[in-house]
Ligand binder design. Sequence first.
Ligand code: BGC
Length: 749
Amino acid sequence: MTKAEIKELVSRMTLEEKVSLLSGKGAWSTVGIPELGIPSINLSDGPHGLRQCIGLGWGESVPATCFPPAALLACSFDEGLAKKQGAAIGEEAQAQNVQIVLGPGNNIKRSPLGGRNFEYFSEDPLLSGHIAAGVIEGIQSKKVGTALKHFACNSQESRRFLIDEKIGERALREIYLASYEYPVKKARPTSVMCAYNKVNGDFCSQSKWLLTDILRSEWGFKGFVMSDWGAVDNRAQALYAGLELEMPGTGEVNDKALTKAVKGERSAMPAGDRSFKGKLTERQIDKAAARLLEAVFALYEKKTEKPCDYEKHHRIAAEIARECMVLLQNNGNALPIKGGKTAVIGEMAVRPRYQGGGSSNVNAVNVTKPLDEMSKYGETEYARGYSLDDDKDYSLITEAARVAGGCDRAVIICGLPESYESEGYDRKHMNIPDSQLKLIDEVVRKQPETIVVLCNGAPVAMPFVGKVKAILEAYLGGEGSGEAIADILYGKANPCGKLAETFPQFLENNPSYTNFPGENNTVNYAEGIYVGYRWYEKHKISPLFPFGYGLSYTTFRYDGIELSKTDMEENEELQVTVSVTNTGSIDGKEIVELYVKENNPRVSRPEKELKAFKKVLVKAGATEKVTMKLDRRAFAYWDDVLHCWRTDSGSFTVLAGGSSDNCPLSAEVRVNAREYHKPLTVHTMIRELKTHPKGKAFIDRVCSIGGEELREGLFGKADPEWPLRCIVTMCGQLSLEKLTEITEEIGKE
Ligand code: BGC
């Protein structure tokens, strides 16, 4: 159906029919009107595989491939790989007659305790945005829709339905909204799912500023907005703000609220956004219905229900997991394993932890176990070590230590049990169970060659760092994590993932520590733009493992950096070429990270910020040249007085390396930017007048009224910190009203 045909169809519908489309048919589909030829389409979670509920319920779901959850996928630093995962999910959606996959989730990891961090990509908006764009493009390449979620700032689970997040404009723009801006503009998601929480007083579902002014008008979003499940507080206001589809359907309750609001019955009273007066026009309903129908027809017309190859998808899930897992430590080259007998310890070796709890939980088709997969490579002996059902059970430790002592090495597979992290609640601490920590201590005592494999969705404390030889951060790896872990441990795969978030030494070091998860339904994002590595670097706090960090079985040398220019205009593009050499004896992939630092910033800015990255295969002994581009935004910050992106002329350093704490290459560039001036008001300082483009005109006008002596007396000798309103006390002829009038007139000239 064309846009014009949809418009015509909507014009033939009654108000009640139109309104009925704007909320779901139950929890997982849209309302169809067969008499009018309007189909119903199906929605399903997301984000790392299909969770297609059987029947109307929330419980059982159809088997599907469980791909690596977002926290691991982001460690690939590879948009193309994210696209591959998305495409496979898209194929499964087609096979199951699902038209929209509810994902990806793209909230920023503000605290390591966020219960749903495993479903989100990163603490950095550039990395998050790129991986999200890859997933969206992949799913949509199979003619299946997406719902980029949860817009915006759903960075905690505690009181998620009500929490009011107090966030400064700069932090919103540079961090929290930036992670959505790139995927919205680049990948054009079918829909955006609004978050439950409030931002600065308004529910996201009812914020015209978020859903219309920013998303649609500024970023050019052309799809439709759906609510998170149960996120709508006031239906009429939500529609006014720009929310087309309410999910799940509320039966007739909210349909009635909408018709009443159109008919002028003031049942829908304004809440939050002051611009909403409780009344809607039918034109607003028409627009919302048309936007929704555009997606419904487009996706319905492209449904195919082709069978799909789940074995192939399992292999893709394992391959992606292998490309993402992060080798954190490898003392004495303990890894890869070279022959002999390996003690495999920990219940997670046979009951793998590979995904998180809540709405993203997939009924996985084929989950492989680390123990089985490791046994294919060499001799193993298993000991349970701890109980996943009872984390106070210490009785299994002695036997595990005995087994470890009798082997050539021990691999302990451990981490966070399922109950420790999930949608719906935040963690209280960063610890893995005490029984697992004790187990590590006892095993190390009997077996110095001990390797820890961690399975967890978010950073954990690692008091064992100095005691064990190697640590592999496997995160939650999806259904193929068993193979991925074994392939890396035995060297079939060379690890090449890097951390998409900082692992702090102590919980107390993290930027949100004193403001998480808030009090009395309010949380203050007091750290502002200093989220993740931006915070640790600014405060010179050494993390346990920094953002962007990860080892390989080979080593890389950063040889040189070249800039396409060293003096540039702000609208020009800068090309940066970095040479990397593989100095080891095996092939490996390296993620080259590019950061930008402003050398003498006018406002507080991070030490450096990630502005580009590229993963590249470098053969043993070879050198690769990696070219990345930096555009205007790479140098800009958000000016919360002028409400715009702004670059100040000056010198910037471009840094390149393989981790945020190790950038051996740097080069300087001068950027010439336009000048920015605040509008002249009675609160402009006398000092500011001197460089303000309207300064001279203002002085001339004031002197023409107050006399020429003002020029010398006031503008020459007066305290430069004075606001212009102080002129009133110096000169009888100039009232505050008159001064205000002059500044306004001059502003218009
Ligand atoms: C979650 C969403 C999910 C929806 C449907 C909500 O509670 O926040 O991410 O898509 O439920 O399951």
